[in-house]
Design a protein around this ligand. Structure first.
Ligand SMILES: *Cc1c(COP(=O)(O)O)cnc(C)c1O
Ligand code: SF4
Length: 327
């Protein structure tokens, strides 16, 4: 048995899962959360993320991303359980092969933080666990499909896998001649920076294939000193760092916030990649903004920032061969 528990695993086990406890930590009234909303989708917030929130401010942009509210229970037309059509595309229970040349590899249903706007909130991802058998079948599929050049680990959050498991996956893929790159989509460097431990960095640094890591950061306040230090150590290990954000009403839908986010990401060694408009997941309508407002905001960002600091504004649509550019 593996008796060693890494620091990040201890921190994860101690994450806030009870809304009144988080509100109490923030000097806010415990009544401000909805216990009903956690029945559909639990709350989960690591202390490292809560530490970036402003005490006493119910409108804090980080708190608002994770706090269960009654608004989530309102049924809005057009907001669906599987807004991006992923369920139709699952191969061997863990691969989503929708786009040319690359495949999404779902490693685990879990995340360190449960973002209330996430399309995953209604997805039976919680049952997705990567067994050895599934991993074997996935690797066989990748071996057979010689037009796949990039494997994208996603979830849930793939960095919730142990270092040993991540190393095993990287080595298995490196043996497949046509795979040229490995990408990780993860929010862990942002919400639990202790996850980027020296062992993981060494695994990435010694990987036979180039590693790309796409963080998910939505607000400049998420980029604490600890997050910056974790990202810079990844960068020093020759990992390409990109970021995707979701445009969220009342959280990051202003020009000053989005431009500060891009500038601060760059200071952490990360280039902005995508700015997603919300996937219309059931329970997330209160985060949505009209598409035209998103386009206007993106144009203002373009007029203000160096070109490489402007993320591509995109929407994910079921049945398309790529993300849809909105400008
Ligand atoms: C977003 C996504 C990708 C990656 O797309 P890029 O444009 O290469 O970042 C791949 N597969 C699926 C199913 C996706 O949803
Ligand atoms: S998949 Fe990403 S956005 Fe969704 S809950 Fe997990 S960390 Fe948050």
């Amino acid at each position: 048995m593996n008796t060693y528990t890494a620091l990040w695993q201890k921190e994860l086990a101690q994450a806030f899962t009870h809304p009144p406890a988080l509100l109490d930590y923030l000097n806010l009234s415990p009544q401000l959360a909805s216990s009903l909303a956690t029945k559909n989708f639990a709350m989960r917030v690591p202390l490292a993320y809560a530490e970036c929130m402003e005490k006493g401010n119910i409108n804090d942009p980080l708190l608002q991303q994770v706090l269960p509210l009654n608004k989530e229970l309102i049924e809005e037309q057009g907001y669906l359980n599987d807004p991006v059509g992923d369920l139709d595309c699952l191969i061997n229970d863990c691969l989503i092969h929708k786009y040319h040349g690359r495949v999404l590899f779902i490693t685990t249903g879990g995340c360190a933080v449960n973002c209330r706007f996430c399309f995953r909130r209604n997805f039976p991802y919680a049952e997705v666990q990567l067994t050895k058998e599934k991993e074997l079948h996935a690797v066989q599929y990748l071996q057979k499909n010689t037009d796949i050049h990039e494997v994208i680990f996603s979830g849930g959050d793939p960095l919730l896998l142990s270092n040993r498991r991540i190393q095993g996956l990287i080595l298995a893929l490196s043996d497949i001649a046509h795979i040229q790159r490995i990408r990780f989509h993860t929010r862990l460097p942002i919400v639990l920076p202790s996850r980027i431990d020296s062992e993981l960095i060494a695994i990435f640094n010694n990987a036979p294939l180039p590693i790309i890591l796409v963080t998910h950061c939505n607000h400049p306040n998420e980029l604490s000193a600890a997050v910056k230090s974790a990202c810079l150590s990844l960068k020093q290990a020759n990992i390409s760092l990109l970021n995707q954000s979701v445009l969220l009403k009342g959280i990051n839908d202003t020009l000053p916030i989005l431009s500060s986010l891009s500038e601060k990401l760059f200071a952490c060694g990360i280039l902005p990649y995508y700015l997603h408009v919300l996937d219309k997941a059931k329970g997330s309508a209160h985060f949505d903004i009209p598409q035209q407002s998103a386009i206007n905001l993106h144009q203002q960002l373009q007029a203000q920032l160096s070109g490489y600091l402007v993320p591509k504004l995109v929407r994910e649509e079921a049945g398309k061969s790529s993300k849809t550019l909105l400008f």
